[in-house]
Unconditional design. Structure first.
Length: 306
């Protein structure tokens, strides 16, 4: 057996003392994006906090989503985490890529992928997962890749710059028991990736739109990002448990919650369709329809949060 394979299997089987989750909902720029990003972060915050007593959960959104606060949070984890712990960083929002540097849009100064990588490199957890769901996130892959770290991006390159829907389906994967393909009562990073990838592709097909995002991953620290697992890619993500489903599974199995989750997805798709049609719509009509949909979405979210 190859040493690298043996190491992954041994660390997958070991009992991890803690899991450190950091979720950052970056600058939205527009009310609908602000609401969407904050809601995604809030959903993840709840899921992670319900996942067990060994979870250390940090969620930054709104005015807290600053470079200084993120730097401080990651520095704190670098101080507290141990090699046997797991570390998960979720980036939600907008990103940019100028051909050289990727930047995650935050309140105030942005942060580059290289700066994020440097902060994460200081965290002693040997198994790490970074999920970058932003636009242009593919441009962050080269800087973030490292052995022992799985990196997922919503786009295959930094040139896919449109707002993404991947984050929505990543969150849904952690709420939907059907994402647990191997019935292990846990959702691995690979299971969540494949679920969100399928849902993202289906979204563009249902909207009859050319897909502007193509999710990719890399988990060896030395290869090019790929879209499907192979003999050389996907082993770490397959062994990396993002969430053990207990309370989350009960919620998703609740018929009332299932209906509300479906309604939430319908409203989010309606909002996406409106934004796509904005240029051809009367501005007043667009604003009225968008406002109504956002209000309904907020009401559904309140019901889900109860």
């Amino acid at each position: 057996m190859r040493p690298a394979l043996l190491w992954v299997l041994m660390t997958a089987l070991s009992a991890h003392a803690s899991v450190y989750y950091v979720t950052v909902a970056g600058l939205g720029g527009e009310p609908d994006y602000e609401q969407r990003f904050t809601a995604n972060a809030r959903d993840l915050n709840k899921l992670f906090k319900e996942s067990g007593s060994n979870a250390h959960v940090y969620t930054l959104s709104g005015p807290q989503a600053t470079r200084a606060q993120l730097t401080q949070t990651l520095a704190s984890i670098a101080h507290d985490a141990k090699p046997e712990d797991d570390f998960v960083l979720m980036l939600i929002g907008h990103g940019s890529f100028d051909g050289t540097d990727y930047k995650f849009n935050l309140v105030g100064p942005d942060i580059t992928a290289a700066e994020l990588a440097g902060l994460c490199d200081r965290i002693p957890a040997k198994r790490q997962l970074i999920v970058n769901t932003t636009s242009a996130s593919g441009g962050s892959m080269a800087a973030l890749e490292k052995p022992g770290r799985g990196v997922i991006a919503a786009t295959k390159s930094g040139t896919e710059k449109n707002a993404t829907v991947f984050a929505r389906y990543w969150v849904e994967a952690l709420q939907d028991p059907t994402a647990d393909i191997d019935k292990s009562d846990s959702i691995s990073a690979m299971e969540a990736f494949e679920f969100a990838q399928r849902k993202t592709a289906a979204f563009y097909e249902s909207q009859k739109r050319l897909a502007t995002e193509h999710p990719v991953f890399e988990d060896t620290g030395k290869n090019e990002p790929v879209r499907e697992p192979s003999k050389s890619e996907g082993l770490l993500l397959a062994s990396f448990t993002v969430l053990r489903i207990g309370a989350a599974q009960k919620q998703a199995n609740n018929p009332a919650k299932q209906a509300m989750l479906a309604k939430k997805e319908d409203l989010e798709q309606k909002i996406d369709a409106l934004k796509y049609q904005k240029a051809a719509m009367d501005p007043a009509d667009y604003k009225q329809q968008l406002t109504a949909a956002l209000v309904q979405l907020a009401q559904v979210q309140q019901e889900l949060d109860k």
